[in-house]
Ligand binder design. Structure first.
Ligand code: 48F
Length: 258
């Protein structure tokens, strides 16, 4: 066994994967529950999907459960999805179920990747590519470069659609507003920011908020609520799965027409 073979294997495999994903059908920003669910569903439908995640591990806000109690709560409406993913759930009352946050995120990652989605961790999306008033790609850099504020130019990925699944900050939508020099089309005119905690309202509104917010750019998960000014919901996660699923359906419909 030669150390150089180990190094070469890693570099070649990663480089091949990276090169293969410079052009994709859908680039998803954020490997939280909504982004992973969206990626899983699109990959399952046969589309080429790459998910870019800033942090070392995938999962977003999920592994920490609620205040580091690493259980999550989901509604009975999403048990069909948990069953499909093979996640163990326990009924808590007539409407609510609990699951391990770690098992949930592990299953989502596994299923998304087995369906063909690629996950690139430790990469931050810092800009988008816009042509003829349509988002058609993302601009990426190593998170370590961004965090250490090194002056290193980024690279680009072309995509037919981009999904902002960045969670509470709706980072990509805010970048787009800055770059196009005008506000996104929302009830309040532009990214509204999330409102304070109201689980039931937030979980209901997230489905309508999951939409194409600018040509080529979809939102899902907490980013969708933040853009539209809906409340946050805390450690109940059903809406994240339904929102990721809906974004995949909307994008799938558009891709089918191409
Ligand atoms: O925050 P996050 O889990 O988003 P989500 O899928 O789920 C929200 C819930 O976790 C929770 C909640 C539940 O009810 O309210 O908060 O909407 O995952 C977002 C992921 O996006 C990554 C970030 O590190 C996180 O893992 N991310 C954010 N900005 C960027 C990014 C960026 N610019 N580039 C790459 N990754």
């Amino acid at each position: 066994m030669d150390e150089i073979d180990i190094s070469r294997a890693i570099i070649e495999d990663f480089t091949k994967n990276f090169l293969d994903n410079l052009t994709v059908d859908v680039a998803i920003v954020g490997a939280g529950p909504s982004g992973l669910m969206c990626g899983y569903k699109l990959a399952q439908s046969g589309y080429k999907v790459a998910i870019f995640e800033r942090h070392l591990r995938a999962g977003g806000g999920m592994p920490g459960g609620g205040m580091m109690f690493n259980s999550i709560v989901v509604q009975k409406e999403v048990i069909r999805i948990f069953d499909e993913l093979g996640i163990t759930t326990h009924q808590y009352n007539k409407d609510l179920f609990v699951a391990s946050s770690i098992e949930t995120i592990s299953a989502l990652c596994y299923k998304a990747m087995k369906a063909g989605a690629k996950i690139f961790n430790l990469m931050s999306v810092e800009d988008v590519i816009i042509r003829e008033n349509c988002i058609c790609g993302i601009v990426i850099n190593w998170s370590a470069v961004v965090w250490s504020k090194l002056h290193v130019d980024p690279l680009s990925v072309k995509a037919k659609f981009v999904v902002d699944a960045t969670g509470h900050d709706a980072e990509i939508c805010r970048i787009v507003e800055r770059k196009i020099g005008k506000k996104l089309d929302t009830a309040d005119g532009g990214v509204c920011g999330e409102k304070s905690m109201w689980a039931e309202k937030a979980e209901t509104e997230i489905i309508n908020n999951t939409r194409e917010v600018y040509p080529g750019l979809f939102t899902c998960g907490m980013a969708a609520n933040a853009v539209s000014g809906s409340p946050r919901m805390g450690a109940i996660f059903g809406g994240m799965f339904l929102s990721g699923e809906k974004a995949a359906e909307l994008i799938g419909t558009k891709l089918k027409k191409e």
